[in-house]
Write a new protein. Structure first.
Length: 260
């Protein structure tokens, strides 16, 4: 690493200032392709980042993995102020890594609604999909990040998308969602996903499969089954289906369809 990188990494503001005045290149990178700005951000030095940005550091520089400084800091402890500094400096919220993961997708996994809100209000596209076809909503469901999921729903993230394997949010909810996540999706009323008999059987297969794979967090209980049934009942299909009632949304022999 170069002296400016070390100064940024050690949060030595005096050294940063001296090196900048001596003409140190803010765009020079270390072996990881990280600039001094990235080192300062990962150290948590808000003051260091501000000095480098004022000196002309490129806030949207990417490393060997296509990740910006904004992307790199997401998932670190206490990054809300750092995210604000980077956004105020013009960080592009839609630059994706080389495997097509956007900052918002990463935030949906690791961050609170506060950070997700900041990204969304700065123009983050909630419907960018990664290399597997998953969006930020899929990621929030996978880790049951309730606050992030609420923020995404609030900002009109599309809930009827399917991944590259043809699985929808209902399939992913069946695999991963806890009761609270299912309730949030129920309140959002997912539209335009099929609810014909074949589709519903597929959803329930995924639900029961959660306990036989790494997808399962714990054994499904009756509360989870009731929550998933309520989620299916709340979904609005693109066309009328031949289902006669909510009972037919239940897999044969699973449990009563009466939620009361």
């Amino acid at each position: 690493m170069l002296p400016l990188h070390w100064a940024a990494r050690c949060n030595n503001l005096e050294a940063i200032q001296i090196l900048l005045e001596a003409g140190a290149d803010t765009e020079a990178v270390c072996k990881r392709d990280w600039t001094a700005l990235t080192h300062a951000a990962l150290t948590g030095s808000v003051a260091g980042c501000k000095k480098l940005l004022q000196a002309g550091a490129n806030v949207n520089a990417t490393d060997h993995a296509g990740k910006t400084t904004l992307f790199r800091v997401l998932g670190r402890d206490g990054v809300s102020e750092m995210v604000t500094v980077l956004l105020d400096a013009g960080a592009n919220v839609n630059i994706c890594s080389y495997n097509s993961v956007s900052p918002l997708i990463r935030a949906a996994i690791y961050e609170t609604s506060n950070v997700c809100e900041k990204l969304l209000e700065s123009g983050a596209d909630p419907d960018i999909y990664d290399c597997r076809g998953g969006t930020a909503v899929f990621s929030a469901i996978h880790v049951n990040n309730h606050t992030a999921l609420r923020a995404l729903v609030k900002h009109k993230a599309r809930l009827h998308l399917v991944d590259h394997c043809g699985y929808s949010l209902l399939h992913h909810a069946a695999w991963f969602a806890d009761v609270k996540t299912m309730q949030i999706l129920q309140e959002a009323q997912i539209k335009s996903l099929p609810k014909d008999v074949e589709a519903v059987i597929g959803y329930w297969r995924c639900f029961f499969y959660r306990n036989e794979t790494m997808h399962g967090r714990s054994k499904s209980d009756e509360d989870e089954m009731k929550a998933f049934l309520a989620l299916l009942c709340s979904a609005i299909p693109p066309h009328p289906t031949p289902l006669l009632g909510d009972m037919q949304l239940c897999m044969p022999g699973s449990f009563p369809g009466d939620l009361d």
